[in-house]
Structure formats: structure tokens, C-alpha cells
Design a binder for this molecule. Structure first.
Ligand SMILES: *Cc1c(COP(=O)(O)O)cnc(C)c1O
Length: 434
């Protein structure tokens, strides 16, 4: 099929995620033919820099020769096996490595196949942990402006209106604590006080507090100080509440450290991982938890305390082989160290945006750089304008409302960072003349 036929047949049969399909009457869908490194290619061989890592999943570029090879080796050995009652080498190796890499105390891995499902697992485990101990704790606390996925349970702990509002009537009751309003220590301390008030008011009724450590990605790349996580850990300990760190977006080096919790020196009771876990290749997610949580489910069958949660594709060996290959690259190529130069370079380029008159603020956390524009009316569709301009100039950017951000694969060079950020600069500048 050529590109034109693909678009026609796509629109005839497919409903795309996170999309008002009517937009495609005027905004052409872009068929991608191939990928290599940070570039995606269309059917006319135009190259596009993948500035959003294909929805934050891609770490080492598209069609990475080493990851490709490892998946090919695995597919000729074992493609999949039921994961209840059976195991396989890729998942055992992966679990050893994840436990060794993750914050201290996380010793057990429970697998699923996407981020939202990992959130469901963590919530259910936390709830049942207390139930198995003879307590009923119906509440979860999350942060205002948080995003944890779009299945019903994950939506309930989220707080982005765009996704949640329609379904409000059928969601679990949850409590939202104020998120620190900026990256200062004062804001962190102020928000921690508000959190304690909630913990106090609902003492004995809260199972878990869930956070996106340091960066609320879908919530407009909102950032806060690690001190807040430290305080939250202390409060969770004091009130006997689980801390769930949702590192689905910020894990695997995005914030400059392997896991964002490391900035605070904190170990959560649950850590959820997905997105970068397979380098952006295959769907896989995991919940890491403690021996203590595991032990609360460990008993004779007749006590009915087992954790009953399963997905058909739990622990898929192909996805695990991609994850192992991803961890190999982290180890063999000192990725976190090499990213430091790129992080500093992004910071230097980011400064220039401050001069633009429609820029409200800039911020950065590791490999995530953000330019927040002034508010525009909804029907101005500022994000669509930036997206379209950048695409025409060979860069994929997908602003969240008025928040333009860069989250490129780690194999990007400083020169390519410059190209990507220059296009964004011009795109923002062009808003003034529209
Ligand atoms: C993307 C995301 C999720 C949901 O993951 P899916 O694989 O899209 O279901 C959950 N939490 C955070 C922080 C995310 O960024």
C-alpha cells in the first residue's frame, strides 16, 4: 500500500488513541515507513526527529541493532509461555537485575503488560495487604494534577480533568493532596503539611499514597523538589501508609538518575515501571515491592490470601528480552554518565526561550526540558499549531496544551538537540505572526 491508501484504509477501520477523529478531516495522519536512531521516516523518505521518544517509551532510538538482535534470538527460542506455574530465563534475569538496580528493599517483581495495569496491580496489592491483615482501608491518596493511566482504577487516582471528568461518576473515591506548586523547598514543605492533614483526618482508612516522583509528566510536565518525596516517605511511615512511586514515565534515566526516587534517597513500598522498560520496543510493565508486602499474601491455600491478578501476556519472553537488552546498553555504554553532557546542553539551549515574549517559564529535570507558553484560548489550539509547524520542519513535538517539551531518545547528539530546539523556537516565534 502507498501512503495515500494507508491513510484511507486506516481511517476506514481504525480509531486512534487520545484523538478527536474528526481532526483528521483537516490534519493528515502521517504514515511512518521506518525508523532508525532518533529518526522516523515517512513514505517520501522525509526524516523526523522523534522529540517525544514516541510517547516517552523510546530510550536508544528506533531499530537499535543490538535490541533487534536480542529479540530475534529470543523469538527463535521461545515466543511466549503461560506465566502461572511456569517460568523462563529472560524474566528471571530481568527480575534479578531490576531488584539489584532499584531502591533498596524492593525485592519482588510482579509483571503486567502496560503502565495502567501496573497501577491497578499496585493499588489492588496495597488494598489487599491491609485486608489480609484484617483491616479495611478504602482510600487512596494521590496528588492534584497527577496522571497514572486511563483504566478505571488508574483514572481514579489521576487528577487530569481532560481524561477523568467524563467518568467521574463511576470511579473509586480517592483523595487528592496538593502538589508542591514549584521546584522550591518551601513549596515542598508546604505541600507536605497539607498531606499530613489528610493523613490525620483519615487515619487508619488510607491504604496508599501514590506519586509521580519529581515530574508530573502528563500533567503538563509539572516539577517539584525531591524534599517532598522525603517528607512523604516519613509521613507514610508515621501513619503506616504505603508509598507507591509511579516511575512509569520518569524511570530509566529520564531525570538524570536511574530512578527518580534516588534524588530523594527514598525507597517506596511499590514502584511501577513500564514505558522505557523495553527501550520502547514491546509492551511490558512491572510492579516492584517489598518482602513485607509479599509475606502478607504468603500462606496456606485455604486462607485465601493469594493475589489474584493476571494478564494473558504476563511476563512475555520477547518483551523481557528487549528489557534485558535495554539494561545491557545502560551497563555497557555508561548511558547515565553520557547523558550529563546532553542535559547540560539542553539547559544552555533552554535559556534562550526565556526571551520570547509569549514564554511564561522554562524548567528542566534531566532529559526532560520544558517551555511553558502563555495560556491561549482552547480554540486557538496552540499545541496543534506547534505540532504542525515542527512536523513540517522535521521534528516531532507534541505539546501538552501550552506546555512545549523535549523528551528525546538518549542517542540524540548535541547537534541534533540544537536542531530540535531551534525548530521549537521558530515554532513559538511563529505564533506571534498567526
Ligand atoms: C504513561 C503513564 C502511565 C500509563 O501507562 P500506559 O502504558 O500508557 O497505560 C501511568 N503513569 C504514568 C506516570 C505515565 O506516564
Amino acid at each position: 500500500m502507498n501512503a495515500k491508501a494507508l491513510v484511507r484504509e486506516d481511517l476506514a477501520h481504525i480509531w486512534h488513541p487520545c484523538t478527536q477523529m474528526k481532526d483528521h478531516e483537516t490534519l493528515p495522519l502521517l504514515p511512518i515507513k521506518s525508523g532508525e536512531g532518533i529518526y522516523l521516516f515517512d513514505f517520501d523518505n522525509n526524516a523526523y526527529i522523534d522529540g517525544v521518544s514516541s510517547w516517552w517509551v523510546n530510550l536508544f532510538g528506533h531499530c537499535h541493532p543490538y535490541i533487534n538482535q536480542k529479540i530475534k534470538e529470543q523469538i527463535d527460542t521461545l515466543e511466549h509461555v503461560i506465566f502461572a506455574g511456569f517460568t523462563h530465563e529472560p524474566i528471571v534475569r530481568l527480575s534479578q537485575r531490576l531488584c539489584a538496580l532499584s531502591p533498596q528493599g524492593l525485592e519482588k517483581c510482579f509483571y503486567a503488560d502496560n503502565g495502567s495495569s501496573a497501577i491497578e496491580v499496585a493499588l489492588k496489592m496495597s488494598f489487599q495487604y491491609f485486608k489480609n491483615r484484617g483491616e479495611k482501608r478504602p482510600f487512596f491518596v494521590s496528588l492534584q494534577n497527577s496522571y497514572h493511566g486511563e483504566t478505571i482504577g488508574a483514572l481514579a487516582v489521576g487528577d487530569v480533568k481532560l481524561y477523568k471528568e467524563v467518568f467521574e461518576d463511576i470511579l473509586l473515591q480517592t483523595l487528592q493532596a496538593p502538589v508542591p506548586k514549584d521546584q522550591s523547598e518551601e513549596a515542598a514543605l508546604e505541600a507536605a503539611l497539607a498531606l499530613e492533614a489528610i493523613f490525620q483526618e483519615h487515619r487508619g482508612k488510607i491504604a496508599a499514597f501514590i506519586i509521580e516522583p519529581l515530574v508530573q509528566c502528563a500533567g503538563g510536565m509539572h516539577m517539584y523538589h525531591p524534599l517532598y518525596i522525603k517528607r512523604a516517605r516519613t509521613l507514610c511511615d508515621a501513619y503506616d501508609i504505603h508509598l507507591i512511586a509511579d516511575e512509569i514515565a520518569v524511570g530509566f534515566g529520564r531525570t538524570g538518575k536511574m530512578f527518580a526516587c534516588e534524588h530523594a534517597g527514598v525507597s517506596p513500598d511499590f514502584m511501577t515501571l513500564s514505558k522505557g522498560l523495553t527501550g520502547g520496543y514491546l509492551p511490558l510493565s512491572v510492579v516492584l515491592t517489598t518482602q513485607n508486602v509479599y509475606d502478607a499474601f504468603y500462606c496456606d491455600y485455604s486462607e485465601f490470601k493469594a493475589f489474584l491478578h493476571s494478564h494473558s501476556y504476563t511476563g512475555n519472553p520477547l518483551a523481557c528480552s528487549a528489557a534485558n537488552a535495554t539494561l545491557d546498553i545502560f551497563e555497557n555504554e555508561s548511558i547515565l554518565e553520557k547523558n550529563r553532557e546532553k542535559i547540560a546542553f539542553m539547559a544552555s539551549k533552554l535559556d534562550a526561550f526565556q526571551q520570547l515574549k509569549n514564554v511564561r517559564s522554562i524548567r528542566q529535570m534531566g532529559m526532560i526540558a520544558v517551555v511553558e507558553l502563555d495560556e491561549y484560548p482552547i480554540d486557538f489550539r496552540v499545541n496543534l499549531k506547534i505540532f504542525t509547524y515542527a512536523l513540517r520542519h522535521g521534528v516531532i513535538l507534541r505539546p501538552l496544551g501550552n506546555v512545549v517539551y523535549f523528551m528525546p531518545p538518549y542517542v540524540i547528539t548535541c547537534k541534533e538537540i540544537e536542531t530540535m530546539m531551534n525548530v521549537a523556537y521558530e515554532a513559538i516565534l511563529s505564533l506571534n505572526t498567526l
